[in-house]
Design a protein around this ligand. Structure first.
Ligand SMILES: *Cc1c(COP(=O)(O)O)cnc(C)c1O
Ligand code: SF4
Length: 460
């Protein structure tokens, strides 16, 4: 039967009764991303050729690692007021700086105060909020659950291995600001340098634990591992009979997708590990970290297609960040755009309690609200789980699963029976987002313990 006669037949048998009009393709915004960013708008890159811009070596070499150099590159693009504001921001921030020309070219410099990429990487003095009184460095107690420096074994069957402490970018909101990057005026860090002896100690521990099946290789960032280091980590871990899964965590695809397209040795090393895993019937995945739909361009698409073509599974973990993705429309767009590129949205983390980043945090209620909008907008397997990584080492908890939540004091209480049975974990919403009554109570130090006692009583 020809297609035409089939249509004729179906016309006779069925009448199509549209229940809703087709969507105007112009409204499928997730498909309409920038093909290539316009780097020539930035005076420092006005003469840069496309070939240079698409080359990871040029991007790495030209990445800016000093605040004064960064501000110098922006001088003709932004107001004097903005430069002063950012200078003050860097002086107060406990973070290292590294931004690629690619990242700078994605920022809307006509409106830098509101740009979601600027917000993530360039601190501003005028936006600073005092840290929450209950905040501490390493709020997740990664070091407390570490049998070997740089190896956190918190959950029974999986562990986090930090082979190095550098990243292709430094994020203001980094949970691991206790370790990554160089020492800053504010913080002296615990360093996890590439150190084969330390790696060997981690391997010995991992091999000695039959219950460990799953290793997250993070850092720092796997983008900064040399190809032979990647291969050696992959071979060692996949060679252990107890290990069934490994993940390579990297923010690289979001900040320098060029590397996937032009660093053949590096991408071949990732492919080698992935293929080796498949041969051994073990799963190897790349976990990346996009936070805003503007971080996705035609270069990202090409890079993700290359990974997909090589059979490499990519998942994404986002952080819920104020002014970056803390509204339903932006998060839905990010999730749809990632799914479109075969990147599976895995987690959205409610922002950890991180020093110097209070202006970036949102409330647990915001997480719940956005989750409600995202679920149903696309495939269930492309719908991220919204989690709170319970401060104090309770592990990741579904944002909806609190035992108690007071939206006035912003205190939520979580339990984590399969990680630390019997214990309670507290999360604290940012104070400036609380109603007047909550803000007034936090302004009075005598009230702090009273509020915590109230929350603990409610769950006992
Ligand atoms: C997040 C994390 C893992 C991995 O947890 P998943 O929920 O499987 O992604 C493992 N160890 C530590 C310490 C972690 O923080
Ligand atoms: S890339 Fe990851 S580990 Fe590195 S600074 Fe950013 S959030 Fe932290």
């Amino acid at each position: 039967m020809t297609a035409q006669s089939l249509i004729e037949l179906s016309k006779r048998t069925y009448e199509i009764v549209p229940q809703k009009p087709p969507v105007d393709p112009a409204r499928l915004e997730y498909k309409n991303f920038k093909d290539t960013p316009d780097w020539r708008r930035i005076p420092a890159y006005a003469d840069v050729t496309e070939e240079q811009f698409l080359d990871h070596r040029w991007q790495s070499k030209k990445s800016i690692t000093r605040p004064d150099k960064l501000l110098e590159a922006l001088r003709d693009l932004v107001s004097e007021e903005f430069i002063k504001d950012a200078t003050e921001g860097f002086a107060r921030a406990p973070m290292s700086v590294r931004v690629s020309p690619y990242l700078l070219s994605l920022i809307d410099w006509t409106d830098p105060y509101r740009d979601p990429l600027r917000t993530q990487f360039i601190p501003l003095g005028s936006r600073f909020l005092p840290d929450h009184p209950k905040l501490g460095l390493d709020s997740l107690h990664e070091r407390a659950d570490a049998p070997v420096p740089g190896l956190t074994h918190r959950y029974t069957d999986k562990a986090l291995f930090l082979p190095l402490d550098t990243c292709p970018v430094y994020c203001r909101f980094c949970t691991r600001s206790y370790a990554v990057g160089i020492d800053t005026e504010e913080v002296e860090k615990t360093h996890f340098k590439v150190d084969e002896e330390r790696w060997r100690a981690a391997y010995t521990y991992i091999a000695s634990r039959p219950e460990l099946e799953d290793i997250v290789v993070s850092g720092g960032d796997a983008y900064n591992l040399r190809p032979e280091q990647l291969r050696s980590i992959g071979e060692t871990l996949l060679g252990m009979p107890n290990i069934r899964r490994i993940r390579l965590a990297t923010k690289g695809p979001a900040v320098m997708p060029q590397k996937i397209l032009t660093d053949d040795e590096w991408i071949d090393a990732v492919t080698y590990i992935s293929d080796l895993g498949r041969k051994l019937h073990k799963e190897v995945a790349v976990h990346t970290h996009f936070n805003n739909p503007n971080e996705i361009t035609g270069i990202t698409r090409d890079a993700m297609q290359k990974l997909f073509g090589r059979g490499i599974r990519v998942r994404n973990q986002s952080v819920l960040i104020r002014g970056v993705n803390d509204d339903p429309e932006t998060m839905k767009l990010l999730v749809k755009r990632l799914g479109h590129l075969n990147v599976q949205p895995y987690y959205v983390y409610v922002h950890d309690l991180v020093k110097g980043a209070e202006d970036l945090r949102t409330t647990v209620a915001t997480g719940e609200l956005i989750e409600k909008h995202v679920r149903g907008s696309t495939a269930g397997f492309n719908t991220p789980t919204f989690v709170v990584d319970a401060p104090g080492g309770g592990g990741k908890r579904d944002v909806h699963s609190y035992e108690f939540y007071d939206r006035v004091t912003g205190i939520s209480v979580f339990e984590s029976p399969s990680v630390k049975p019997g214990q309670k974990y507290l999360y604290f919403d940012p104070i400036d987002r609380l109603p007047d009554e909550g803000r007034a109570r936090w302004a009075d130090p005598r009230e702090h313990q009273v509020m915590i006692d109230e929350a603990m009583r409610a769950v006992s």
